[in-house]
Each structure stands twice: as structure tokens, then as C-alpha cells.
Design a protein around this ligand. Sequence first.
Ligand SMILES: Nc1ncnc2c1ncn2[C@@H]1O[C@H](COP(=O)(O)OP(=O)(O)O)[C@@H](O)[C@H]1O
Ligand SMILES: [Mg+2]
Length: 364
Amino acid sequence: MGFLSRKKPKPAPVEIEEGHPIDDELQRMEELVPERVEEPRADIETPAVEEEPPVLEEPPVVEEEEPALNAEVEEDPEESGDARMKAIDLIAPTRLDFLAEKEAAEEAPVKTAEVIAFANQKGGVAKTTTTLNLAVAFAESGYRVLCIDLDPQGNLTMSQGIDPDKVEKSLYDVLVNDMPISEIIVKREIDIAVASIDLAGAEIAMSTKIGRERSLEKALKEVAGDYDFVCIDTPPSLGLLTINALTAANKVIVPVQCEYLSMRGLVQLQNTLRMIQENLNPDVKIEGILPTMLDSRTIHAKEAIEILEENFGDLVFQSRIKKAIKFAEAPVKGASVLKYDSSSSAANYYRDLAKEVLSHGSAE
Ligand SMILES: Nc1ncnc2c1ncn2[C@@H]1O[C@H](COP(=O)(O)OP(=O)(O)O)[C@@H](O)[C@H]1O
Ligand SMILES: [Mg+2]
């Protein structure tokens, strides 16, 4: 209405006087317009829909082929109505077969963690350093790893930036008071079950317990399905804490400092392990003896490795952990060498060791 009168301003003076009847007509026209608009839309929106061609073919539904069925159904010649039932019966078993195959494919073996104890009753041979850095190397490769600090000195706990003096719940509570181990696990580069100072009293507190050698083994059952590797650092002794570690373990890695190689010490460790195999854990075995803190420039170090290989043959790892100042620096920063200086050759020593351990496969 309004817009029509504004679009035609010039002829308007003539029409204005006669405009009223025209406007009335225009109003009538506009009232009619919506009806006209709706009509063509209705025409457009009704395209002729062709019938959908039945594309689905169902070859197995060949129920009408009576001769074939009759051949199998000859034993029951009566009741022609049964033929349809038996056609269904013929389809049903094939479906059941498919179901059975799927069920078989979904079955996965329940995997439990590989438990590795790092043991040598001699102190300062790189047990703690090896436990942490090998564990982090496993984690770098995508494995789920738990470290266990079974040394009352708490060096492993400290090397992840945790103060053992301030830890409220520790392995002491797990071993002595049967606290679930999940309650003392702290998440850092790897998960770590922490030590505290009072762990030093654990051996005496456990000594009267029935099954005292199996306390750690029992505690680990709770989390065995959550990890691929459990790496246990042990104190420099062959006491009850180390016995707990060896009883819980599948494998033992023995770090040996080449400079002060103690063959007597290694024989003593082997005897302890034999005692554990006979009485507590028949499956545990030495995964390897690891030469650490190697200064390959010295003749002494080369001789030490020769002596190791003469006595232990293939048990000596191919991997070598050479001396590097980074190993002393990293724990101060609360980090593994792999995190402290990821691209260093020191970090690669433990990546190589991880590859070697993984290439050995899992213990049965
Ligand atoms: N490859 C290495 N080169 C130089 N120093 C090392 C090396 N491995 C470990 N260390 C240092 O030697 C000391 C003892 O190592 P540690 O892992 O605590 O031994 P352990 O746990 O057997 O007592 C630590 O100060 C550590 O930083
Ligand atoms: Mg240590």
C-alpha cells in the first residue's frame, strides 16, 4: 500500500484526489495476493516422486526352493508346514557362527605387570639411578610404569622431587599395616610408591608377621593390571626388604660398578636368589648384569667387563652405562636424566637398555 504511493510521486497529484478508490482496490488486491502466492508454492512443492526401486536383494531367503529342502527333510515326510520352519533353522546356525567368531575375537588375555627388582647389596652401584631412568625410558616408549622405593634412604623418592621426611603415608604402611598400595602412589614422571624415613623400621616391624616375605607381592596384586612394568629399587642389603622385592619380582637386574667390581658380592647375591627360587618364588630369574659408571678409557674398566663376561656370559647386558656428570645433576633437579637432558648421550644409555630389555620379551 504505502510503498506503491511512494514509488509513483510524479503522477500522484492527479491520482491523489482519485486515489482513495484506487487504494481501496489495491487493498483488495493485496488481500488476494497471499492466496496467489501460496498456490504456486504448493505447485512447486509437489514434485512427482517416483517409486523407490527395491534395491535390496536377499539371496539367502530362498525358502520356496522346496526340492533342496525336501532332500534334507526326507526323514520327516509328514507335515509340509515344517518346511518353512526348517528353512529358518538353516539360516539361524550361520548367524550363530558369526556370533561365535566375534566372541572369540573379543577375548583378550589379562596382562599383568612385569615386575623387575634392581638389586645389589653393595651401595653406590647405580641401583636407584638405573631404576628411575630405565623406568622413564619404558614410559617414553608408551608403557605404564610404577616405581617402588623400597630403600629407607628414599633416594628414588627424592630423585622425583619428593621429600621422604614429609611423606605421610609410605611403603611402611603398606608392608606393615596392609594399607592398599594405591593410597601411597604419587604421580610424577612415572608413578611412584614412596618411601619414608620410618621404612627403616619396617624390617623389624614385619619380622613377626606371618608371610612377611610376601607382603609386597600381595600388595602389588591390587595394581598389577594397571601397569606394564613395576620397577623396584632396593636397599644395599639382602635383608627382608630386598627379599620382599625378589619374591615379588619376575626379573632381577643387577647393576655393577665396574671400578669396584666385587665378584664375591655377586656370588652372594646369586645364593640369595637361589634360596628365594627354592622357597618363595621359583619363577624369578636374573634378567641381566648391568655394567655401570663405566669409564671406557681405563684399562681397569675393560678388565672388569672381561671378568664379568667370563663368569656370567650372556647374563651381562650388551648395554653399557658410561660415566656422566648428568647422572649426579639430574636428581638434584628432581628429574630423571631423560627429562633433565633428553638429548644427552647419558639419556640414550638408558633408552638403549630399555630396548635391550624389551627385546628379551616377557618372563613367563
Ligand atoms: N653413570 C653414572 N655416571 C656418574 N655417576 C653416576 C652414574 N650412575 C649413578 N651415578 C651417581 O652415583 C651415585 C650412586 O648412584 P645410586 O644410583 O644412588 O646408587 P645405589 O642406588 O646403588 O646406591 C649417585 O650420586 C649417582 O648420581
Ligand atoms: Mg639407592
